[in-house]
Write a protein of this length. Sequence first.
Length: 223
Amino acid sequence: LGYINLEDRSNTEILVNLIIKKSILLLKNEDTNELQKLQDRIQEKYLVNFSAFQSLPDFWGLGQKFPVMPIDKLNTKPTNPATIWDITCDSDGEIGFDRDTPLYLHDIDIEQEEYFLAFFLTGAYQEVLGMKHNLFTHPTEIVVNFDENGDYSLDNLIEAQNLMDVLEDMDYNRNLVDKKLKYLIEESNLLNHKQKENILGKLYLYLSENSYLKTIQANREDL
C-alpha cells in the first residue's frame, strides 16, 4: 500500500520467517494443528544440483511424485518444510511442498558441509525421457550392487558429458567454437601474454567439465 519501501518489506518478511522457524523448532515434538499451520506458512527453498527436466521428466510433465529423502544427517530428525529448486535458469524446475506428502530437510551450512538427497523409483524410463533442457546432460552415473551379506560394490561408472560434447550434440561445430574462443583471447589487446595463458587454461578446464555445480569436496581437491 506504499507505507513501507521494498527494502523494509523484504526485511520484515525475513524477520517473520525467522520467528516462524523458531516457533517450529520449539514445537517440533508436538503434533499440533498450530504446528502444521506454521509449517504450511513457510518452506525453506533448497537449490539442488540437478535438472528436473533431465532427471525427473515425469514430475515436470505429469506431476508424478517420486520419493525423496536426505542421505546425510540420518540420526537427526529433519524439521524444515522444504521446496526443491533445480539449477535450470527458467525457474520451472520446482518441487513444491505438499502437505499430503511433505518433505522435511535439515539445516545445513552450505559453506562447510555437503548435503545429499536421493530421488527413488526413477529408473531407466526417466533416463530415456530426460532432455538436455538448458544444456544439462545426464549426471554421472554408477551402478551399486549388493550381495546377500549387505556388502556393496560400485561398477559401471558413466561420466556425464562435458560442455563441448553437449554443444556438439546441439549441432555446434566444436572445432569452430574452439578456434573462435582461442582466436578472440589470443588477439585481444586488453590482455597481456600471462593473462591470456591463464584465461585459456581456465577456459579449457571449464569446457572439459560437465554443466553441473561442483561439490565442496571436489572444489577442495582442485585446490
